[in-house]
Ligand binder design. Structure first.
Ligand code: NAD
Length: 762
């Protein structure tokens, strides 16, 4: 796919275009012609994507690879596209008319797809040639396309299997999507089941006499679903969208998707949720208020304070679910009926909408953010409990349930529609650490970290602490791992893990604070030095080390990443040296590394001002700048040109492993560099900058103090410029860190961060 066309520059089309260029694919984006500016609508779409929060683009500069135009004057621009995705208004006629025009100009191999959320493919294809039909399928993205992992592909009976395979591969590898094949049935998989469940929750709320607050407290993380639960999710989606989708589903299926009258009244009154400022919730003076459907007024949100609920929250999902359905009184009754009714519907509809039940689980996990899909949940509750529950509600036993023997999943197989158990689909190129562990391939282990064997001579170091924070346990296993790999002749090391959120949120602050408060300064100095030694041994080990960061990669987590030989990062990378937020500077080699890296980058350019390198490092650290994507991390200088980006998290570890194997055959550790620091010259400039920020009231006294310590390290100390080794700067880093840690304000910052998770500006 060298170039992709997107027609329709609305919410979805502009989001899809932004995702495509983020993945490195040039795009032609067309919309209808505007009145004054012929390209106005497409331009507006592009502008909207540029302003989107959270960001639609992984790097806004890539917007220039989106060529805009209109469907009257510029259809020709699609001629050399390999794929054209249609995301125009949800009506059959305009879509059909567009395809007729596309058929006339596209090259005979171009794939065409529709982003429709509900119109059957066979209707869209009316009047199209056989050749067009072979190259056509549904590609159902979810909003926002960058962040929702699910992409439903809907082949028709006429879609060429090779076209489907090409799309699947492209979507998985290049766009990073989780692909689920869906049948051409109303709502496809995720929306059909997800929306059904949402409607049931809203209706059962009335039946069981619950409030909106209660339903949201019960249908979020308790059931392994996002915090936004039922009503907050609806507010975010828009109540008008919910109304439209339910009406369409009711119309297309003949089933009952009716929303209660009070919800329709909200829509009629324009209370559509987040986008209009009020829906099921609203906000007043910073406080969240909840609708009372009885009075149609908003009142302060109520927290559900139920000891039974709190006790459940920390349990693993299967136990949590069972406990939730057994809660006493109306809460348990509501949850049980909701679970049973949606389970029944899921069982009944699965063969009609999906090719297997695994896809159903994936669709809800990837499209609706569920921790586990409905079939995994049914297994957790137990099939006998389902049978009894259905009988109590007067529901018949679904065919699929009758065929199940004990559970839907067992021993690496799943129940197929014919009643047989089939092996779960495996993707050999995906590394699962869970599987590696279960196969006993653990080389070293302590309570905070482990070294695993990935095969082919590649080992993987995984952190296992909360948010993968780095403390003594992690560092000691890291050191042992390096020795182990060298002694046993392994090819190299990957550092990575499978946490959903954090590669590593940084150093273990609680430990640092308690040692500081106890005045253990010798201990602390040794601990910081141990961290520095660890990052430096990553760099100088005699085998390649590849870090595989993703999500939160902060402070110490960023320093580990900066010291790997290469990085293979997930596209969603939030990386930064954020130590100033807790009153410190990076002292695991982070400050040193940026100074050396940026200075050496300038070295080939004789006319370059070396202060630029110092300034760049100072800016990143002093402002605690964090990337919002891997592409941005590369621009900021956290990643280098040789570092790779995996769009799909599933492939991150195997991509990193491959990188180790690429580097291994003729690997030599780098020779230790030296640079010339600028001494007083840089210090003077930076001190002046800090002083002017302070004078302008933009930073606090303590910010200024931290800024001056950082400046001292980056200048290589006072005096004339000098030739320094890495350890010269590491020593300065460590001293500055310990000095700051000794101040009351830094300790307050750390304590505040530990308590609230947010930085304190004191
Ligand atoms: P939208 O209203 O935001 O955007 C549609 C765009 O298409 C508009 O810019 C409009 O000017 C343009 N357009 C209309 N007719 C056109 C034509 N004949 N030629 C060229 N451009 C035309 O809609 P959206 O939410 O982006 O939805 C687009 C498609 O994606 C629909 O089929 C919808 O069902 C589907 N979809 C939407 C969502 C969602 O959450 N919004 C999710 C999945 C799928």
């Amino acid at each position: 796919m060298r170039k992709v066309g997107v027609v329709g520059a609305g919410t979805m089309g502009s989001g899809i275009a932004a995702l495509l260029v983020s993945a490195g694919v040039p795009v032609v984006l067309l919309d209808i012609p505007g009145q004054e500016d012929r390209n106005g609508p497409a331009k507006k779409g592009l502008e909207r994507a540029l302003k989107a929060r959270p960001a639609a683009f992984m790097d806004k500069d890539l917007a220039r690879y989106i060529e805009i135009g209109n469907t009257e004057d510029d259809l020709e621009k699609l001629r050399d596209c390999d794929w054209v995705v249609e995301a125009i208004v949800e009506k059959p006629e305009p879509k059909q008319a567009l395809y007729a025009r596309l058929e006339a100009i596209l090259k005979p191999t171009a794939i065409v797809s529709s982003n429709t959320s509900g119109i059957p493919m066979r209707i869209l294809l009316e009047g199209r040639s056989e050749s067009f039909r072979r190259r056509f399928l549904g590609t159902h993205f979810f909003n926002p396309p960058r962040y929702l992992h699910l992409l439903e592909l809907i082949p028709t009976p006429e879609t060429d299997p090779q076209v489907l395979e090409r799309m699947r591969r492209f979507a998985e590898r290049v766009l990073g999507k989780g692909v689920v094949l869906a049948k051409d049935a109303p709502g496809f998989v995720a929306n059909r089941l997800g929306v059904y469940g949402m409607v049931q929750a809203i209706r059962l709320m009335e039946k069981h006499g619950l409030t909106i607050d209660e339903v949201d407290a019960l249908t979020g993380p308790l059931l392994g679903r996002p915090n936004s639960a039922t009503f907050r999710t609806a507010d975010l989606t828009g109540l008008d969208v919910l109304k439209l989708v339910t009406e369409e589903l009711a119309h297309a299926t003949g089933e009952d998707f009716a929303l209660p009258d009070w919800v329709l009244r909200l829509v009629a009154e324009g209370r559509l949720g987040e986008k209009t400022g009020a829906g099921f919730y609203t906000r007043k003076d910073g406080e969240v208020l909840t609708l009372d459907p009885a009075t149609f007024t908003y009142r302060p949100r109520q927290k559900l304070d139920l000891p039974e609920l709190k006790a459940l929250m920390d349990k693993p999902l299967p136990e949590r679910l069972k406990g939730a359905l057994a809660l006493p009184g109306k809460y348990g009754a509501f949850l049980k009926e909701l679970f049973l009714r949606t389970a029944h519907y899921t069982l009944e509809k699965t063969p009609e909408i999906a090719y297997d039940l695994v896809s159903v689980d994936q669709a809800l996990e990837w499209g609706f953010g569920w921790e586990a899909g409905p079939y995994k949940n049914m297994d957790a509750v137990g099939l006998e409990a389902l049978r009894t529950g259905f009988a109590e509600l007067g529901l018949s036993e679904p065919d699929l349930l009758s065929k199940a023997q004990g559970s839907f999943y067992k021993d690496g197989t799943y129940l197929a529609f014919d009643g047989s158990y089939q092996p779960l689909p495996t993707r050999p190129e995906v590394i699962s650490l869970k599987r590696v562990r279960s196969e006993g391939k653990v080389l070293l282990e302590n309570k905070d970290a482990a070294l695993l064997d990935l095969g082919d001579g590649v080992a993987l170091l995984e952190f296992r602490t909360k948010m993968n924070a780095i403390g003594e346990g992690v560092l000691s296993l890291l050191q042992k791992s390096l020795d182990f790999i060298e002694k046993n002749g392994y090819a190299g090391l990957v550092i990575g893990n499978e946490d959903p959120r954090a590669f590593s949120a940084g150093a273990n602050l609680a430990l640092i604070l308690s040692q500081a408060q106890e005045g253990d300064w010798d201990e602390l100095a040794l601990a910081v030095r141990a961290f520095q030694k660890a990052t430096m041994s990553l760099r100088y080990s005699p085998f390649p080390v590849v870090a595989a960061p993703f999500g939160l990669t902060l402070g110490g987590g960023a320093e580990i990443t900066l010291h790997a030989d290469r990085v293979q990062a997930h596209a969603e990378l939030y990386m930064g040296l954020v130590e100033v937020g807790v009153g410190l500077i990076p002292a695991g080699g982070g400050t040193k590394e940026l100074l050396f890296r940026f200075t050496r980058e300038l070295a080939p350019y004789e006319e370059a001002d070396p202060f630029e390198a110092v300034k760049r490092a100072f800016g990143l650290i002093a402002m605690a700048q964090t990337s919002t994507s891997a592409l941005e991390a590369r621009k900021m200088g956290f990643l280098r040109d040789g570092d790779g980006i995996s769009m799909n998290r599933d492939f991150l570890l195997s991509d990193a492993k491959r990188k180790v194997l690429e580097l291994a055959p003729d690997y030599r550790p780098p020779l230790p560099p030296s640079i010339r620091t600028l001494g007083d010259e840089a210090l003077g400039n930076l001190r002046y900058a800090v002083w002017s920020f302070r004078e302008a009231g933009q930073i606090s006294d303590h910010d200024a103090r931290i800024g001056l310590e950082l400046a001292y390290v980056l200048a290589g100390g006072e005096g004339p410029g000098r030739e320094v080794s890495e350890w010269d700067i590491l020593d300065l880093e460590r001293e500055a860190f310990l000095k700051l840690l000794g101040t009351r304000k830094t300790q307050e910052r750390i304590a505040h961060m530990l308590k609230t998770g947010k930085p304190l500006r004191n």
